[in-house]
Design a protein around this ligand. Structure first.
Ligand code: SME
Length: 147
């Protein structure tokens, strides 16, 4: 799906103010972007990230990640998007699925504070482009009041 079309659909889901907005947005991303093999939203709770809505073929064992740990914990600690073209070349990587080759983690910030993040695994190496990064940062901004 075209990024702009997806963004507009996400805006629509949010403005409808129905329940399960996060799950609906996760589903939309999963169903419309072939490279997005597993998508989850982690929520910051104290010193941990707790897995919220997700979509993918398998559940992850990493439902609670301490801030600072793994790619997810790093992004939450620094507030910077992490784009990992080859997960096996990054020693911070916490493995969830044997099929995962690349990953992107985009923090969701409210008034400068990191409150959650979008984590996407891809079964394709180097799957995430600058466009994906910009698009997902936009999605993160849109989701700020849905956490
Ligand atoms: N790979 C992540 C852990 C979460 S799973 O990808 C679902 C990490 O290194 O933090």
């Amino acid at each position: 799906m075209n990024y702009k079309v997806a963004e507009n659909k996400i805006r629509e889901i949010i403005s409808n103010k129905k329940s399960n907005v996060l799950q609906k947005v996760v589903n939309l991303l999963y169903e419309n972007f072939d490279n997005y093999s597993w998508i989850g939203v982690y929520i910051v709770e104290g010193k941990d990230l707790i897995l919220g809505p997700w979509k993918g073929l398998q559940a992850t064992e990493h439902t609670k990640i301490p801030l600072g740990k793994g790619i997810c914990g790093s992004a939450a600690a620094t507030g910077k998007t992490e784009v990992i073209p080859d997960v096996n070349a990054d020693n911070r990587y916490l493995s969830c699925f044997i099929s995962t080759k690349s990953e992107i983690v985009v923090p969701i910030k409210k008034n400068g504070k990191i409150i959650a993040e979008i984590d996407i695994d891809s079964d394709k190496k180097d799957a995430f482009t600058k466009e994906d990064e910009e698009f997902l940062e936009k999605v993160a901004d849109l989701l700020v009041d849905c956490i």
